[in-house]
Design a protein around this ligand. Structure first.
Ligand code: NAD
Length: 420
């Protein structure tokens, strides 16, 4: 079994602290923090679902909309037994900063339903998805708030959610939701977008740090959508992936793993564990490997202060949301290890979701090459905006990424007359 490293933390306090620090570092008015310290709207709902055996069970759902100062809000919906209101609020704040850093015309949002999808049948999951959309239908829409998939939700459930909204409104509204099936107006390139965006910013960081990706070694925690696509694209860029860990176990080969073969193995066996030619590995061992790059692409709060002290890599790209604790970040900074923060390294998904929404509003669809080219340009520009801010103020990439966001949000607040 992969070992799980946890540290008790309130993600909402972490997110608020990051905003407060970025406002202070830029010398922005205190009012900017006041506008951003809490989501502007939070909806808590009860979703009754008739289960397959006929009894009715109600689930708690949340939707947090952080700020609409730049545009409609946008963010995924997660189905998970440990979803809390504080987590959803924190994730909505992080979405605001992802969108602001990437220059997307959105504020952040996030949704969640407290449930264990493993315990629900396909029919029950469909009813829960439809019930959730009915519960939040009054506050969402293509010009209000645009949901998307997140942990344990996928294109299929987005299709049900879109259908429910369309039945309620009596019209077709493809721009309501992103991450939809292609046939309902999904975008080409959405599946691999987060991984591609992560690989592109790793390439830019390597250039700035003065090392070549050719032969650079990489270890990834997580081999799902984000981890496997990041691994594939990094190996196409010349990297050697030597280690991968997932929820069931790990695979390590110091000479490199074939990502194509590992993807086929994982499809068949549902885990990377026991991949032929590899040695087993735990998450804790993975973070301490002598590799150039580490990509956490699984869970929150994995790189604690203790784990950070064992890291030998020179670069960490946070493909997952919130994989490093604030204490872990401090240790990495003190040890000179560069971190591409989650609000940039995992922003490829929301960027292509934005392209999906644009295509829906135009009713005109782009080839995959165009999606990739536009994604690449936005990731590269955002990386350099963050790196320049970091140089100018002698701060970490993480703080700089929030500062770029605060700069843009403050300009929008001033333009609306919210602040002087
Ligand atoms: P996924 O469910 O496809 O894959 C998750 C991977 O993490 C799996 O390989 C799983 O086995 C592994 N994992 C789970 N528990 C683990 C444990 N205890 N130890 C080691 N590995 C473990 O999810 P995903 O879509 O790839 O998302 C991964 C992360 O990236 C999440 O934090 C998610 O919020 C974030 N993210 C995803 C997207 C996206 O577009 N999918 C966008 C932005 C951020």
């Amino acid at each position: 079994m992969a070992s799980v490293v946890t540290e008790t933390l309130d993600p909402f306090q972490t997110a608020q602290g990051q905003v407060r620090q970025a406002v202070a570092a830029l010398g922005a008015p205190q009012a900017v923090f006041e506008y951003l310290r809490e989501p502007c709207r939070v909806l808590v709902c009860s979703i009754p679902v008739q289960m397959d055996d006929g009894h009715v069970r109600s689930f708690i759902g949340y939707r947090a909309q952080h700020t609409d100062v730049i545009g409609p809000t946008k963010g995924g919906v997660r189905f998970h037994p440990q979803v809390t209101l504080d987590e959803v609020k924190a994730l909505s704040i992080w979405m605001t900063f992802k969108c602001a850093l990437l220059g997307l015309p959105y504020g952040g949002a996030k949704g969640g339903v407290v449930c264990d999808p493993q315990e629900l049948s396909v029919h029950e999951l469909e009813q829960l998805s439809r019930g959730y959309i009915r519960a939040i239908s009054a506050i969402i829409g293509p010009e209000r708030d645009i949901p998307a998939p997140d942990v344990n939700t996928n294109a299929k459930l987005m299709g049900f959610m879109l259908d429910e909204f369309d039945r309620l409104k009596g019209q077709n509204t493809p721009g309501l939701i992103t991450g939809k099936p292609l046939v309902l107006g999904g975008s080409k390139g959405r599946d691999e977008a987060t991984g591609r965006g992560c690989a592109v910013v790793i390439r830019e960081a390597a250039q700035v740090m003065g090392f070549s990706l050719a032969g650079a070694t990489v270890a990834l925690q997580g081999f799902g959508n984000v981890g496997s696509n990041t691994a594939r694209i990094l190996s196409e860029m010349g990297c050697t992936v030597t280690a991968v860990v997932d929820a069931q176990g790990g695979a390590y080969n110091p000479n490199g793993l074939s990502i194509h073969a590992l993807q086929e193995w994982t499809q068949e066996h549902r885990t990377v564990a026991a991949f032929p030619g590899s040695q087993p590995l735990t998450s804790e061992e993975l973070f301490a490997l002598p590799v150039d790059i580490i990509v956490p692409a699984a869970l929150e709060s994995q790189i604690t202060a203790r784990v950070a002290r064992s890291v030998k890599a020179k670069l960490i790209a946070e493909a997952a949301n919130g994989p490093t604790t604030p204490e872990g970040s401090d240790v990495l900074f003190a040890r000179g290890i560069r971190v591409i923060p989650d609000i940039l390294a995992s922003a490829g998904g929301v960027t292509v979701s934005y392209f999906e929404w644009v295509q829906n509003l135009m009713n005109y669809y782009w080839p995959e090459s165009e999606v990739q080219e536009k994604l690449e340009r936005m990731m590269v520009d955002s990386f350099h905006a963050m790196a320049e801010m970091a140089d100018r103020h002698a701060v970490t990439f993480r703080k700089a990424a929030f500062m770029v966001g605060i700069e843009r949000l403050s300009q929008a607040m001033a333009a609306r007359g919210w602040i002087a």
